[in-house]
Design a binder for this molecule. Structure first.
Ligand SMILES: Cc1cc2nc3c(=O)[nH]c(=O)nc-3n(C[C@H](O)[C@H](O)[C@H](O)COP(=O)(O)OP(=O)(O)OC[C@H]3O[C@@H](n4cnc5c(N)ncnc54)[C@H](O)[C@@H]3O)c2cc1C
Length: 492
């Protein structure tokens, strides 16, 4: 991916794009990948960096959703389990099968969770990725040596997928780019262009780096802006009623030693009736998440003290060593769009897991899960093909391989994290990284793993980027200051 070349392509294009996608998260990049693989000319515009929104802030699970099973949402679970299998097959370099244990206290819990997770296996059918089973107390302790064993009667072992969300996103974007899609970050859509009858015929966007405004024509426009979708819908129809409200989910990251195991732990019932995951990730431990109503969607949501206290207290009850705020290496939050179908004027509800709306001829796809991005993209692109009468091939993404990044060694930038100078150079040359934050938050996951270490990596990262981008010392200082201000919010 090369931003300058893509901009040049945008400037030179003298006919409408087949599809413009607004939003560079899992859904939008999934749409660009789907459209390009069907032979359509597609342009994706992201206001900040690819993955800056919710798609880099998930719990990192490729899953059917044990929680939705408990809520009886069988169809959603079945759909997501089928997509889990697709992602495992198409992107094995970034997704793997993860073992989980649900610790049980008493016979009733063993029976209840044991049957529940057998049913989860059954729903996956031929796409099952492991067989769940009941573990004895000693087997549970053997697999989870740091689990609090007081009153423990055993556990249930089950399997789901686990991944690096931003890495998969960047690899999807690179794959789409290789198939002919044009993707631009730092390109915010300011308005929709309409013809004399009010039909949408393109978008106006601003290049955040130069301030330049571009008007680009398109036969169909897909709004894949997740929690930010309502302002775009209002550009299509000023009277469009909002369809999303917002809930924040926060996570903390700890040293791996708190759960000294390759097996993850799932706490099946928290005091607020949710589940809490404790998952090994890049040699660290992610613990989350919460569900806190918030008033609006912002790009840098911050975990509340109450959320951090809740996570620490809940996980502390299950571990031999209680983590304290001082043990937290990073804390990150994401915003879920909660979609209300009834508020929309024209709803084409294709599934309960996500929603597709039509405002004039603007197609909006929102809600759902990272796991179901491919299916969401297929439905949105199908809709664009119908709405605009596009000539396109069948969807092939169920079996389309996502290309892995080129692995190339290099010198480590920090003793506590595996990332190297070559990762930085590759991020700039091939993956459209424009800022230190792009590299340390999403091309590598340094910020999400250890905020203090990421801050220490910033000057060297800026220096390496400056060479690639032809920037000066002032740019480096500005970038380090900007990144440090953001990263401080990931510290407790
Ligand atoms: C806390 C939490 C944990 C989760 N964990 C999981 C999990 O473990 N597994 C799972 O499957 N799912 C999980 N999910 C759900 C999953 O993360 C989301 O469904 C998915 O990331 C949504 O992707 P998206 O592309 O729709 O939205 P986003 O990733 O938010 O992307 C929307 C993009 O649109 C851009 N945008 C907005 N306005 C404009 C504009 N005017 N011009 C250009 N661009 C614009 C934004 O900058 C943003 O990058 C989780 C969600 C949360 C909140």
């Amino acid at each position: 991916m090369n931003r300058d070349q893509t901009l040049q392509r945008v400037r030179e294009r003298d006919k409408p794009w087949d599809i413009i996608v607004i939003g560079g998260g899992a859904t939008g990049v999934g749409c660009a990948l789907d459209a390009a693989s069907r032979g359509l000319n597609v342009l994706l515009l992201e206001q900040h960096d690819l993955g800056k929104g919710t798609s880099s802030r998930s719990t990192k699970l490729v899953h059917g959703g044990v929680r939705y099973l408990a809520q009886g949402d069988i169809r959603l679970v079945r759909e997501a389990l089928a997509e889990r299998s697709n992602i495992l097959q198409n992107a094995p370099h970034v997704v793997h099968t993860q073992e989980f244990i649900v610790p049980c206290f008493g016979l009733w819990q063993k029976i209840f969770y044991g049957f529940g997770l057998k049913f989860y296996d059954l729903l996956a059918g031929s796409k099952r990725i492991g067989r769940s089973r009941v573990l004895s107390r000693s087997e549970t302790i053997e697999r989870l040596p740091t689990v609090n064993s007081a009153g423990l009667s055993g556990g249930i072992l089950y399997h789901d997928g686990q991944f690096d969300d931003a890495r998969l996103l960047i690899d999807m974007a690179s794959t789409a780019d290789a198939l002919g899609a044009s993707l631009l970050n730092y390109a915010a859509v300011l308005d929709l262009l309409k013809d004399e009858k009010g039909a949408i015929v393109g978008v106006q966007f601003q290049d955040a780096e130069t301030g330049e405004i571009h008007n680009v024509l398109s036969r169909a426009v897909i709004n894949a802006t997740g929690a930010f979708c309502d302002p775009i819908r209002r550009m299509a129809d000023a009277k469009a009623k909002p369809v999303v409200t917002f809930a924040q989910g926060s996570h903390i990251v700890l040293e791996r030693r708190f759960l000294a195991s390759d097996t993850a732990m799932m706490i099946p019932k928290t005091s607020d009736g949710r589940v809490l995951f404790c998952i090994p990730w890049h040699n660290h431990l992610i613990v989350g998440t919460t569900d806190t109503p918030v008033g609006s969607a912002i790009l840098e949501p911050e975990a509340l003290d109450a959320e951090i206290d809740f996570i620490l207290a809940t996980v502390g009850d299950y571990l031999t060593s209680r983590p304290t705020p001082d043990d937290i290496l990073s804390v990150f939050a994401g915003i879920r769009p909660l979609v209300s179908r009834s508020a929309a004027k024209n709803t084409a509800a294709l599934s309960r897991s996500h929603e597709l709306f039509l405002d004039e001829n603007l197609i909006t796809i929102t809600g759902g899960k990272w796991t179901t991005y491919r299916q969401m993209a297929e439905e949105a692109v199908n809709s664009a093909i119908n709405v605009a009468g596009l000539d396109a091939g069948d969807c092939i993404t169920a079996t389309l391989a996502i290309s892995p990044p080129v692995e190339n060694g290099g010198e480590r930038l920090h003793k506590d994290l595996p990332y190297t100078d070559t990762d930085v150079v590759r991020a700039v040359r091939d993956e459209m990284a424009r800022s230190v934050e792009d590299v340390l938050a999403r091309r590598t996951r340094a910020l999400f793993l250890n905020a203090a270490a990421a801050i220490e990596m910033a000057p060297k990262t800026a220096e390496l980027m400056a060479i690639e981008l032809g920037k000066d010392n002032a740019w480096c200082s500005g970038e380090v200051a900007k990144f440090t201000a953001i990263a401080e919010k990931y510290k407790v």
